[in-house]
Design a protein around this ligand. Structure first.
Ligand code: MGD
Ligand code: MGD
Ligand code: SF4
Ligand code: FES
Ligand code: MO
Length: 893
């Protein structure tokens, strides 16, 4: 299509381009105010008026047609634009056009470009402010009712929390629920603040007008969840003034969530650790680094003298960088001589690593999220991305609002479930039966890809035989999912042209989590929807910012960097060649085995780096016993966590905003992490702490810088061979596998063959087996544990930020019927008891959970949620059964 703009001819694609697009393509200047490219146009401000076909129209809402002739610069339309703007500005109070360097608003800039002088603003104001919310403040007098915030909240974030109220020039944004902003449905993504052109919506760190200039802007990657949002950190006087989402961020595209964007107050919390601590006479006392490290070195030597290298173990941190994880596992293998190193992948997606490797060959998700998002049918299983991966949740919802079908499989009615075509609500712990039921329907209704199954997959005969036992009626009896819904879901997934599977901990954190992953993978294989152009595979929403990377770097007892097995002589030789020492050939202890060994007395030194095992590992009472029994417990921490409180030595360390390196996000992308601040007091990075301890032990680990650590890792792990800090600085995010520096990385895997030994995808014929705990007369309810949007895991960071005002207590969700039976009301204190422990929570009556099921998070260690959970764990990987615990309730007397 060709359009003429002020005499210039431009060609445009025929895909719904507007006249504004044409004007921009011609490079002609045209101001806008109510427009934001990320959202549908509103056409309400009339600043973008142009003449086309003889009439004056708003360019942003007028479709471009072939042959259109557009006048922009003509004097009379320019005057109309000025008058529209004058009308808007004249209603605003004089302060509206103030502006300091960083506070300059889009409105001030547009006024400047159209020559509207500040005096034009002469409204009376007096409509008041809403400062009830910790992060989003509203000055009603500055609102021009352009509706950008409302559209941002609906179309980009998907929360629909805002609306416009009032009439004419009194129209103003307000929470849709009425009441104050703090009481609204707002989830504090900050999108409304970003898009507001006038400064009516602001955040505390970035006041409009008179603010001190920002000193530094640092581009980095969020250190909370595995989405891996790209962020720009603005600092002033050694403090974070604001964190803004990066418009060019490959995952977030200018969006973020309450954690990455606002939860940085922990940095300067008075409770932040700034000095090493050493236990003396039962109390932790501040000491120098030298003294702390000497004590640790002595303890390690004693442990090795008494029990050999395998008497020492380390839990590495999925919160730390790749380079730190690489160095930690190298320390254990080279300086100590043991494979006893593990990371919190054990607690969440170890079953994904095992299941996906068995099915397809590699341990990561099969596809790039960008492609997943093109799907015409999304199957979201046991994941609550709206709360746990909010930017992914928002992008999935955008896809659904644009027409993709959605199947949600989750016992709870949360987040995306409200927008689902079919919401399957299996009883917790019955996934394998559910997935087999879906597979049964795919087979019997011939919704499978026979060609793919013949040439690229293996195991169909065994699976077909097994599935005979899983007709929908039997599956309905096991899972509680009605036959009609099961069949409807199978048909949606089976008939879609581009189906995608996205899943979370509701699949993995079970007694048979690995079977769950494999049974789920069966569906994609049956459909030929993995490694082909007919779908977007099977994609785990990995949890921690760098849990994928911690495992990639070999912080695992059985695997070396890049997933070479410690039992494979060839893989050991590759590492030994680079490290210059022999690598032990026996797999080390997994996290639960470490605790068991400590209780038995065979583990004599444990280094816990960035995991609050006493709060977040299951059956926490027994974990505390293990630490108690272990002669030396060292803990690298930001705060005096439950674990740090029980340690013999606590080393104060830097957080993600204070260090350099890389993280790998949930879809296998390496991204750079850069320090925006110095660590407080004597805190050091985990990287520096590991080097310092190695030095005291007389071992030189090499790789002095984090760039050198990644380079060294690439030399022994071929799948990372093409990665370097320098390249990431130049190119941004790069997915693994990436074998050489000229290769862009493989965002989508298995196009030609699967990475299994025979090159085929492997179907799994694992039977359904019941969960480890089932309700009985003593413990009649099933407790499911998981996440809430405002807090992060142990809560050590988010509880030390303004987020505590958004979510101040640990609540137990229970169905109104169960609440009535127990005489409980919303807000009542309630004691939850299991066979293993007891927790104190606050009741939240809600129909999000089914009758007989209750739900809580674990963000407040003081409530004791993980004393409830059992030590039952996935039979293949030891991932805890966090999702199923039999409990009973007692109202607090
Ligand atoms: N706000 C916030 N975000 C986070 C975190 C946080 O603590 N807070 N933690 C991060 C981490 S470490 C992780 S691993 C991710 C986790 O992210 P998710 O996996 O999305 O988190 P969960 O809430 O633990 O569990 C997901 C869902 O599984 C469902 N479920 C439970 N049992 C079953 C079952 O038997 N079958 C099915 N189909 N579903 C079931 C639960 O109802 C729950 O809604 O989130 C990350 N992001
Ligand atoms: N009941 C129940 N329990 C669960 C789960 C569940 O669903 N239900 N989910 C499990 C899952 S999936 C996970 S991943 C775990 C998470 O459990 P944890 O890993 O224990 O949780 P986090 O709070 O993320 O981080 C642990 C600690 O690391 C510190 N930290 C942060 N950054 C750094 C750093 O750069 N270096 C160092 N050294 N320390 C740092 C924090 O202060 C915090 O105390 O919880 C598990 N526990
Ligand atoms: S979605 Fe995840 S990565 Fe993005 S800002 Fe939130 S916590 Fe950070
Ligand atoms: S930008 Fe087009 S009408 Fe507001
Ligand atoms: Mo996790």
């Amino acid at each position: 299509m060709r359009v003429t703009v002020d005499g210039m001819v431009v060609s445009l694609a025929d895909d719904g381009a507007s006249l504004l697009d044409a004007v921009r393509a011609a490079g002609v200047e045209l101001p806008t105010l109510c427009h934001d490219d990320r959202m549908s146009p509103a056409g309400s401000c009339r600043i973008c008026l142009v003449r086309s076909g003889g009439t004056v129209v708003a360019a942003c809402v007028t479709p471009a047609v072939d042959g259109a002739v557009v006048e922009v610069a003509t004097e009379d339309v320019a005057t109309l634009r000025r008058e529209s703007l004058e009308l808007i500005v004249s209603a605003l109070p004089p302060s509206a056009l103030d502006g300091a360097e960083d506070g300059t608003t889009e409105l001030a800039r547009v006024c400047d470009s159209l020559g509207i002088p500040p005096e034009t603003a002469r409204g009376r104001g007096g409509r008041g402010r809403d400062d009830s919310h910790p992060y989003v403040h509203l000055d009603r007098d500055l609102c021009i009712a352009c509706g950008r915030c409302v559209r941002m909240c609906a179309e980009v974030q998907g929360t629909f929390a805002l609306t416009l109220v009032g009439r004419g020039s009194d129209t103003v944004v307000a929470p849709g629920t009425g009441g104050s902003w703090a009481e609204s449905d707002c989830v504090s993504c900050g999108g409304c603040v970003d898009t507001c052109p006038t400064g009516a919506l602001t955040e505390p760190g970035l006041p409009i007008g008179g603010a001190k200039p920002i000193a530094t802007r640092t581009r980095t990657t969020c250190g909370y969840c595995g989405v891996g949002c790209s962020l720009e950190v603005l600092t002033r006087d050694g403090e974070v003034a604001a964190v803004l989402p990066d418009r060019d961020g490959p995952l977030n595209r200018g969006h973020a969530c309450v954690k990455g964007r606002f939860a940085h107050g922990f940095l300067h919390s008075p409770e932040r650790l700034t000095r090493p601590l050493l236990r003396r006479g039962g109390r932790l006392e501040p000491v120098s680094w030298a003294e702390a490290l000497d004590h640790v070195a002595r303890g390690l030597r004693d442990a090795i003298a008494a029990g050999g290298p395998d008497a020492v173990a380390a839990i590495s941190s999925a919160r730390a960088t790749n380079e730190e994880n690489y160095l930690i596992q190298k320390f254990m293998r080279v300086a100590i001589g043991t494979n006893n190193v593990d990371n919190c992948s054990r607690l969440c997606h170890a079953p994904s690593a095992a299941g996906l490797t068995a099915a397809f060959g590699l341990s990561g998700g099969t596809d790039s999220f960008d492609d997943v998002e093109k799907a015409d049918c999304l199957l979201v299983v046991g994941a609550n991305p709206v709360e746990a991966h909010p930017v992914v949740g928002a992008r999935l919802l955008q896809r659904v609002l644009r027409g993709s079908r959605l199947i949600v499989a989750d016992p709870r009615s949360v987040g995306l479930a409200r927008h689902a075509d079919v919401h399957l609500r299996p009883r917790p712990g019955t996934n394998v039966a559910l997935f087999h039921g879906l597979a049964h329907v795919l087979l019997t209704e011939d919704l499978v890809d026979a060609e793919f199954l013949r040439h690229r997959a293996d195991g169909l005969a065994e699976l077909t035989a097994l599935l005979a036992d899983y007709p929908p009626e039997r599956v309905a009896a096991v899972t509680g999912v009605p036959v009609g819904e099961l069949v409807a879901a199978a048909r949606l997934y089976g008939r879609a042209e581009q189906p995608a599977i996205v899943y979370g901990l509701g699949v993995t954190e079970h007694l048979h989590g690995t079977d769950g992953v494999r049974a789920l993978a069966n569906l994609a294989i049956l459909r030929g929807a993995v490694g082909t152009d007919h779908g977007f595979g099977v994609n785990p929403l990995r949890g921690q910012n760098n849990v994928q990377g911690a495992s990639d770097m070999g912080a695992l007892p059985d695997l070396l960097p890049g997933y070479g097995k410690v039992i494979d002589p060839a893989a050991r030789v590759r590492a030994e060649t680079v490290w210059g020492v022999p690598v032990p050939d026996r797999p080390g202890l997994r996290i639960p085995e470490m605790f068991a060994a400590a209780r038995e007395g065979t583990l004599r030194a444990l280094w816990v780096i960035g995991e609050d095992v006493c709060a977040t590992d299951p059956d926490a009472t027994r974990v505390a016993e293990a630490l108690e029994a272990c002669p030396l417990v060292v803990c690298n921490e930001l705060f005096l966590s439950e674990t740090a409180q029980r340690a013999d030595v606590v080393l104060p360390v830097a957080s993600w905003l204070e260090k350099d390196g890389t993280f790998v996000n949930f879809d296998r992308r390496f991204q750079r992490v850069r320090p925006a601040l110095d660590p407080p007091g004597q805190a050091r990075t985990d990287f520096a702490a590991v080097h310092a301890l190695a030095a005291v032990l007389g071992v030189d680990l090499g790789c002095r810088t984090s760039a050198a650590a990644l380079a060294e890792c690439g030399r022994l792990a071929p799948i990372f061979g093409g990665l370097s800090h320098e390249r990431l600085d130049r190119e941004g995010a790069i997915p693994w596998p990436c074998q050489d520096p000229g290769h862009p990385g493989e965002a989508k895997l298995y196009r030609k063959r699967f990475a299994t030994p025979d090159g085929l995808a492997h179907l799994s014929a694992c039977p359904y087996l019941p969960p480890g705990e089932t309700p009985d007369d003593d413990y009649p309810l099933i407790l499911v544990t998981g996440r809430r949007w405002a807090h992060y895991n142990s809560g050590s960071m988010t509880r030390h930020t303004g987020n505590i005002r958004l979510d101040p207590v640990d609540r137990l969700d229970l169905h109104p019927a169960d609440a009535a039976r127990h005489g409980l009301h919303d807000g009542d204190p309630v004691t939850v008891e299991s066979r293993h422990g007891r927790a104190a929570l606050t009741a939240r009556v809600s129909d999000e959970t089914a009758p007989g099921q209750v739900f809580c998070a674990f963000h407040f260690p003081s409530s004791g949620v993980n004393t409830l959970t059992s030590d039952r764990a996935d039979t293949v990987t030891s991932c805890p059964e966090y999702k199923v615990t039999a409990v009973r309730l007692r109202p607090l007397a």
